[in-house]
Structures are given as structure tokens and as C-alpha cells.
Design a protein around this ligand. Structure first.
Ligand SMILES: [Zn+2]
Length: 489
């Protein structure tokens, strides 16, 4: 048996002024043909899961394209059109195949096509016809639309945030499409969209209410007709009519059961909607508490400036408070600031420099800060992931400088990087356990790698930024209304 695989992935924050063009995909990782196996085989990722199942089941995978970019503004139309065409050409050129297995995100907006994945799946469906199995994995932040559901046989959404089950979802997606092609199972879906969306910091699956929803889901999955129950908490900053929370249930041939369970999980989620919000801290509160902790490190998560949600990753408002308080033992990952890092790199390792850092991308992320420090290290920013997320993948921060501002070690990087692996620090010679405080640009993903290191605990900090937890701050134009919590219900 033979299956075409492909991956076109982006999480789009409609409010970001950063255009996600071809260069943005090249920066993060754009692979074709055999390069896909080289990048993903043996990794704990969705596509790594595809390859392992294929090897075990003795089926052939025909790789086409794997394109992913860091979350930002809508994907440039010409880049998207090119990648989609490569996927479709790959399917056409593959000869006789038994299915199309995709790894999509689910919250991609393309210029002129806000439902990116709906567009991909319908284009694939049109090409292969209604009888060919089409299956995709999706991110927990997927904004699942009726068009996506109508054009796929099964959709498999990560159950965890931090996303530590991407590999397992790749495995079940691959197993399901192979079983479907062999006639051993007939996947059908039930689908429920809910009029609610939450800032991603509140979607952490290790705490209520998401943990409650998933406990309930685990019990419903005991039904032998159920293949998978998926809860997509959605990505609120994709400003289009598909944004928001949804539930997809896949069963073996029983559409009524699938719909009934989707409604049941949807109703439960809706009833829990008011439990999503929780107490977060101002930069002032967080730095005071972190400084007073008898043990370090205290992890401070700057949840408003998460590049993994499309923020600019250059707010320095928490750093400003750290400097004002005379913090002497801290590490910051990362401030994306090419201009400042080039100045530091030009001065050279060991030099004392005065530079203005941060707030260069847009008006959402506060004000710049002048700091004086010593350039400790210049690096290419390449690191191997060793933590629980996407283990084994090689990532890059781009050119990277470590600037030591009187004990606060700041990673200035070329790329916007969400610190989801301790190698972000260790690859540039910083041992996170040695610091009193760690400032991380992340909403939830940091927890997988850094909670075990956070002997002084975790503080969620709210500064300015495009992933700010208060959705009322942004001028939504195209989402469905009413939408909780914007329209209190
Ligand atoms: Zn996600």
C-alpha cells in the first residue's frame, strides 16, 4: 500500500503585522521529498509517527512537502499557492495510491483564504475523489470548520497543551488511514462548533477546566466504536468566522454516535466556560515574588508576548522591571532583535556595550529599553531538542548573542523563538538551574521542559503583547458573534 504525506502548517495571528512569506517558512524549516524523512524520521513528532507506523505496517509513504513557519500574520498567497500546488502535484505524480495523510495545523489563514486548512482539504478531496481516504492530524489550537470536516475522513487533534502527544496522534492517524484503506474500519465524524474562544494561556490541559474535559473524554473513549474524541480549544487570534472551540469525534461507521458524543463533550465544555480564566501577575508582582523566593529558579512566563501565538517576541517590559529591581541572577529567552544583536556581535565577545533592545516590531509590545552589558557569547543558535516536546528535532534560533546585563543574561536572537526546551539555554552555555529567575516568552509550552526545573515555582506574567489574555483589547472583525467571553453569555 502507498500513501502520500504532506505538511503545510501555520498558526495565524490576524493582528500581527509580520507577513508570513516564503522566507519565513525557509527560516523555520521547509523540506521536500526525501528531505522530509531526514528531518522527521526518529523524532517524536506527528510526521515521525507516520514513518514509524509505515515501517511497522510495511506500507510506502510518498513524501511531498513539509512547510511550517513561526506563528505570525496571514500566509502570503504566493507561498501558499506554491506549497499547495506541490502537494497536489505530488499526489498526481504518485500513481496509484491508497490515501492521503496530512499533518496540518488547523489555524492557518492565507491572504484571501481565511480557512486555510479547509482550502487544502477540499483541494485534495477534489483531486482524489470521495472514495480515497484523506486523514489529517491537527493542533489543539485548530479552528476546525465545517469545510475541513466535510473534506476529510478523520481528523486527529493533539490532546495535550503543552503538545507532548504529537507523535501519538501521528501514530493513530497513520494507523487509521491504513486500516481504512484495508477495509478494516470506516471512519465517520461528528462535529460541534461552540460560540466560545479563550486566550491560549487558559487552555493548559494540566489544569481545570481542560483537564476535566479530557478526563470525561477518556471515559467516553471506552466505547469500542469510538476511534478518537478530539477537543480543539482553538486559536482566538485567527480573526475569521471559523475561530473558536470545537469538538470532533471519529467512530467506526456510526455517524449518529459520533454526533451524539460531540454534542455531549461540547455541552460539558460550554458549561465549564467560566472556569477558564485564572489569576495572572503584573511584571512588578512577578519580579518581586521571584526575587523573594528562597529557592530558584522561579520561572516567569511572559504570556502576552508568546511568539508561538504570533507575538513579536520583543517586549522588554518584564526585563525593565528586573533591571529596576537590580536582579542579579536571571536568564531571558528570548528577545528577538536582529539590530541589537548585530551591534553586540560587531563589538565582539567580552566587549562592554550599550544597546537599545526590544519593541521594534509593532506598537503592541511596549517600549524599548537601553541596557549596558557584556557580550558573553555569539552563536549560530542551532540546538538539538532533548525535552519532552518534538524530541530529536534540530531547531535554530538564528544568529544568537548572550548579553550579560549585570547578572541578567539575555538571549538576543535573529528569530522569534518560544523556549520550549531547556537546550535553548544550555546550547549557549547557560544552566537554567543556576539562576534565581528565568523569563520565558511562552504561554503554556514552556511547562513541559521547565516545570520540572522550576524549584521556585511558576508565575504567569501579563505584560503588553499580541497574546495578551484579555481578548477584549483587540478589534475583532470577522469572528462569529455572539462569542464568549467577548459577548458575555
Ligand atoms: Zn498549538
Amino acid at each position: 500500500m502507498r500513501f502520500v504525506i504532506g505538511h503545510i502548517s501555520h498558526e495565524t495571528n490576524a493582528f500581527s503585522p509580520i507577513r508570513t512569506d516564503h522566507a519565513e517558512f525557509v527560516k523555520r524549516g521547509l523540506f521536500r521529498g526525501e528531505g522530509i524523512a531526514k528531518a522527521y524520521c526518529g523524532t517524536k513528532t506527528h510526521i515521525g509517527g507516520f514513518f514509524d507506523v509505515a515501517a511497522r505496517e510495511g506500507v510506502e509513504l510518498i513524501p511531498t512537502i513539509a512547510a511550517g513557519a513561526t506563528p505570525a500574520g496571514p500566509v502570503a498567497r504566493e507561498a501558499y499557492d506554491q506549497y499547495l500546488q506541490e502537494l497536489l502535484d505530488g499526489i498526481s505524480a504518485a500513481g496509484k495510491i491508497d490515501g492521503v495523510l496530512l499533518a496540518l495545523h488547523g489555524a492557518m489563514m492565507v491572504e484571501g483564504k481565511p480557512d486555510g486548512e479547509g482550502d487544502i482539504l477540499s483541494a485534495v478531496r477534489q483531486l482524489v475523489g470521495k472514495d480515497m481516504p484523506v486523514v489529517s492530524t491537527l493542533d489543539l489550537h485548530a479552528n476546525i470548520t465545517p469545510k475541513m470536516v466535510a473534506n476529510a475522513d478523520a481528523l486527529f487533534v493533539y490532546d495535550t497543551y503543552p503538545h507532548v502527544d504529537t507523535y501519538e496522534k501521528g501514530v493513530i492517524a497513520a494507523e487509521t488511514i491504513i486500516r481504512a484503506a484495508r477495509g478494516g474500519v470506516r471512519p465517520v465524524m461528528g462535529f460541534r462548533q461552540l460560540p466560545m474562544m479563550h486566550a491560549v494561556v487558559f487552555q493548559y490541559t494540566g489544569a481545570i477546566p481542560m483537564s476535566t474535559v479530557f478526563e470525561y473524554v477518556r471515559r467516553l473513549e471506552d466505547n469500542e466504536k469510538v476511534i478518537d474524541i478530539c477537543v480543539a480549544a482553538g486559536f482566538p487570534w485567527s480573526d475569521f468566522d471559523g475561530a473558536g472551540y470545537s469538538v470532533v469525534v471519529t467512530t467506526d461507521g456510526d455517524r449518529d454516535l459520533a454526533q451524539r458524543l460531540a454534542d455531549e463533550v461540547g455541552d460539558l465544555s460550554w458549561n465549564l466556560r467560566r472556569l477558564f480564566e485564572r489569576r495572572l501577575y503584573t511584571p512588578e508582582e512577578a519580579v518581586r515574588m521571584a526575587a523573594a523566593s528562597p529557592v530558584g529558579p522561579v520561572v516567569m512566563a511572559d504570556v502576552s508576548d508568546n511568539p508561538g501565538a504570533g507575538a513579536s517576541c520583543d517586549s522588554v517590559e518584564v526585563v525593565r522591571v528586573m533591571v529596576e529591581h537590580g536582579v542579579k541572577s536571571a536568564a531571558v529567552a528570548v528577545i528577538a532583535d536582529t539590530k541589537a544583536l548585530e551591534l553586540c556581535a560587531k563589538a565582539g565577545v567580552g566587549s562592554k556595550v550599550t544597546v537599545t533592545i526590544g519593541a521594534k516590531t509593532d506598537s503592541f509590545h511596549g517600549k524599548p529599553l537601553e541596557v549596558t552589558g557584556r557580550v558573553r557569547l555569539i552563536s549560530d543558535g542551532v540546538f538539538l531538542r532533548k525535552g519532552p516536546m518534538s524530541t530529536g528535532m534540530v531547531n535554530t534560533m538564528g544568529k544568537t548573542v548572550v548579553l550579560n546585563v549585570d547578572g541578567i543574561e539575555i538571549l538576543l536572537t535573529e528569530q522569534r523563538v518560544q523556549p520550549t526546551d531547556a537546550e535553548v539555554f544550555r546550547s549557549v552555555g547557560i544552566e537554567p538551574l543556576d539562576k534565581q529567575m528565568l523569563l520565558l516568552k511562552s504561554c503554556v509550552h514552556y511547562r513541559a521542559a521547565f516545570e520540572p526545573l522550576a524549584r521556585g515555582g511558576v508565575l504567569e506574567v501579563v505584560g503588553p503583547g499580541l497574546s495578551h489574555p484579555d481578548l477584549n483589547l483587540l478589534p475583532f472583525k470577522a469572528i462569529r458573534r455572539p462569542m464568549y467571553p467577548l459577548d458575555e453569555a
